[in-house]
Design a protein around this ligand. Structure first.
Ligand code: AMP
Ligand code: MG
Length: 344
């Protein structure tokens, strides 16, 4: 391994986290765990350091980064105003997998926000992430740890080949908890607009008596020239090289029948299905997505990274109900399948 590496799987060695925090202070970039996915972090107030993240990922410069904080004072240093609805979201969901978009102060460099006058902020609940930010004493700008376009990294083994040597330090705490990236929201006229679905669900926010609007681009194709509320919506994302097809039905029998029909049409097919359905598919190539939404969200990026090694003509993926965490799973899968989607 070329990058410095700390194994924190058994023991969260604070000295190693301090070393990584020093590296961030010195203007380097560090691969670290959050509760959602792994991130590549830099001092959010240092434009040069943040530029290194864009280089390492090959990320488009018009796709802004989320700034991670460990205490509420950091928020007030970065944003102009925290409204009542934002405060309610913070009280209920921070620390946790919710990114809130605010009007930014001047101190936030343009490279972080892709020139927007807003900035996305989140306070992670993962203890290594919290310590890293606390020891650095700085807000940390961090996108997901992956080369742009690939599935986000949920464990180091999946991303080591593409990121070793590109970051100064790697903090490895094993498999993440959640597996899909944070929910991204923007409050407009007291309503919460969902710009990217995640573990904090529409239903979770509605429970607080807040009106929620799901931006239509979450499930639809979005062209590069189209104006969107969240630039990340328009990029090719998560897609394996092998052609993928997403199939969904409320009715399990119909779902299995349709997938078996699609299997007939191709020579070699790999199916990603739920545990309960796997044995019903007429192909030898199968991968188990798990059963619950929590299991599927945890497994999905690792599975998407495996499919190309099967050398099949088609990958068929079982869809899930677009409800709760299912909305986030379907948002990622529709992109992985490049909108090749059948609903019956
Ligand atoms: P990632 O860093 O890969 O988790 O992606 C971050 C997501 O948050 C992308 O979809 C960004 O477009 C979105 N995002 C970050 N900052 C903003 C912002 N200021 N306004 C709108 N969306 C944002
Ligand atoms: Mg990403």
């Amino acid at each position: 391994m070329i990058s410095k590496y700390a194994d924190l799987k058994q023991n969260k060695d604070l000295n190693k986290i301090k070393e990584a925090a020093m590296s961030i202070k010195e203007g380097n970039i560090v691969l670290f765990p959050t509760e959602t996915v792994y991130g590549i972090g830099a001092n959010a107030l240092d434009a040069n350091a943040v530029n290194k993240i864009f280089e390492a990922k090959g990320r488009a410069s018009d796709n802004p980064l989320i700034v991670h904080i460990s205490n509420i004072d950091m928020l007030y240093n970065l944003v102009k105003e925290v409204g009542q609805v934002e405060q309610k979201l913070i009280d209920n969901f921070w620390p946790g997998p919710l990114t809130i978009i605010f009007d930014r102060k001047e101190c936030v460099p343009n490279v972080v926000t892709a020139g927007l006058n807003t900035v996305g902020i989140r306070m992670p609940s993962n203890s290594v992430a919290q310590k890293l930010i606390e020891f650095a004493g700085l807000p940390i700008a961090a996108p997901s740890a992956n080369i742009s376009g690939k599935p986000s990294g949920t464990k180091i083994e999946d991303i080591i080949d593409e990121l070793d040597g590109k970051v100064d330090y790697i903090l490895d705490s094993g498999m993440v908890d959640i597996g899909v990236e944070s929910t991204v929201v923007r409050v407009i006229d007291n309503k919460v607009h969902i710009l990217r679905p995640g573990k904090i669900t529409v239903e979770d926010i509605q429970t607080l008596g807040i009106e929620v609007i799901i931006e239509k681009q979450i499930m639809e194709e979005c062209l590069p020239q189209e104006k969107v509320m969240s630039p990340g919506m328009k990029y090719r994302h998560y897609a394996p090289n092998t052609k993928c097809l997403l199939v969904y039905s409320d009715n399990q029998d119909k779902l299995v029948d349709r997938i078996n029909q699609e299997i007939e049409l191709e020579k070699n097919v790999l199916v990603l299905g739920r545990t309960r359905n796997l044995e019903k598919y007429n192909t030898d190539n199968k991968l188990d997505m798990g059963e619950t939404s929590e299991e599927i969200s945890k497994n999905i990026f690792t599975l998407l990274r495996k499919v190309d090694s099967y050398n099949v003509d088609l990958v068929i993926i079982e869809g899930v109900k677009k409800e709760g965490l299912g909305l986030a799973i379907m948002n990622r899968l529709i992109r992985a399948c490049e909108h090749n989607y059948i609903e019956i």
